[in-house]
Design a protein around this ligand. Structure first.
Ligand code: SF4
Length: 54
């Protein structure tokens, strides 16, 4: 089963194997920016629509 740490959007926190940020580039007509939220490395990714295999 895929987990967040196998996803391109996952960036591990420094000094941690278990925690990281899920970071997405968001583009709307006026601007592009990054959206980040904390996730666990072994969080289930099967139900995530944004999962992208590394
Ligand atoms: S929450 Fe989804 S997009 Fe974010 S790191 Fe996990 S699988 Fe990837």
């Amino acid at each position: 089963m895929a987990t967040c740490k196998e996803c391109k959007c996952f960036f591990a926190l420094e000094g941690s194997e278990e925690k990281g940020d899920c970071i997405h580039r968001v583009v709307d007509p006026r601007q592009a920016y990054y959206k980040a939220r904390p996730v666990d490395a072994d969080q289930e990714a099967a139900s995530c629509e944004s999962f992208q295999k590394r």
